[in-house]
Write a protein that binds this ligand. Structure first.
Ligand code: GDP
Ligand code: MG
Length: 303
């Protein structure tokens, strides 16, 4: 297969643009958590698309924003890494929102990135077509793009064309990952992300992104995976909200997370959750680093 193609595609954009939705849709499996609230993606996530003629490795990134906390700085460091050193940089733009200063800033940064650049106006399922052209025009003035492909990550509109174009622009090369692998994330990290998603969904609007999940142990046996995780919040009030009246909310978080993990991992799960207050962890570089899964693995001597 002399013409097999493979390479890395960074999916970048402002918070809430739909990056994680797109990665999941392209991969066809859930590898990134999705939330209607911005800034839910913290770590670099690789989703892998396997085709008979190509392998596309996708890198989901945290939303591009001006950081105000140690967590924010760590997240933007990930974005910087993704902007340089990948074959393709795909900038996702929420076309349903008014184009603002933040979008312009993101465009200017992408204009200085290395690699082939794609512009993907997203959420075209909720906007009139007439709004697209002026938007694309002003983007093209700020940054040169090899391809501009309007899509809906949610409905999948435009996504097959996007995949064709990605493959077209990738270099010829052997696959990077085996065919049965769809993410490079350890299962324990995925477990933490799923739990975090359920916390955000169950405490909607009440607990902000002050929540983090630490997977304390992940023990596999033949018939069962035992997971013990700590949900970390910043205030006593937030702890109360996560636990809920009579422990109801925490129970719901546990049940929904367990069900999804059982489907995802294909085994029976025993899930034990605790809630802990860790004041202002987002401002502490050491705490933020503790939550990074790569470093969690380093601690365990696995990386
Ligand atoms: P990220 O922060 O860029 O990773 O954005 P997410 O993938 O988490 O999506 C943010 C929100 O936008 C979620 O509520 C998604 O369901 C929604 N969303 C993503 N793509 C689309 C789309 O194509 N159309 C519509 N209507 N909503 C979308
Ligand atoms: Mg995301």
């Amino acid at each position: 297969m002399a013409t097999f193609k493979s390479g890395f595609v960074a999916i970048v954009g402002r918070p809430n643009a739909g990056k994680s939705t797109l990665v999941n849709r392209l991969v066809g499996q859930k590898v990134a958590i999705i939330s209607p609230r911005p800034q839910t993606t913290r770590n670099r996530i690789q989703g892998i698309v396997h085709r008979s003629d190509a392998q596309v490795v996708l890198i989901d990134t945290p939303g591009m924003h001006k950081p105000a906390t140690a967590l924010g700085r760590e997240m933007m460091g990930e974005v910087e890494q993704a902007l340089d050193g990948n074959d393709i940089v795909a900038l996702l733009l929420d076309a349903s929102e008014k184009f603002g200063a933040g979008d312009r800033w993101a465009l200017e940064r992408v204009a200085r990135s290395s690699g082939v650049r794609f512009l993907l106006p997203n959420k075209i399922d909720v906007i009139p077509k007439s709004r697209l052209l002026p938007l694309i025009d002003s983007c093209r003035r700020a940054c040169e793009f090899a391809e501009v492909i309007p899509i809906s990550a949610l409905t999948g509109d435009g996504v097959p064309l996007l995949l064709e174009k990605l493959v077209e622009h990738l270099p010829v090369g052997a696959p990077y990952f085996p065919a049965d692998q769809f993410t490079d994330q350890p299962e324990r990290f995925l477990a933490g992300e799923i739990i975090r998603e359920k916390v955000i969904a169950s405490t909607y609007n009440e607990v902000p992104h002050a929540v983090a999940v630490l997977v304390e142990s992940f023990e596999e046996s033949a018939s069962l995976v035992r997971i013990h995780a700590t949900i970390q919040v910043e205030r006593d009030g937030q702890k109360g909200i996560v636990i809920g009246r009579g422990g109801e909310t925490l129970k719901k978080i546990g049940t929904t997370a367990r069900r999804e993990l059982e489907i995802l991992l294909g085994v029976k799960i025993f899930l034990e959750l605790h809630v802990k207050v860790q004041r202002d962890w987002r401002d502490s570089p050491a705490r933020v680093r503790q939550l990074d899964w790569r470093r969690q693995l380093e601690h365990l001597g696995k990386m």
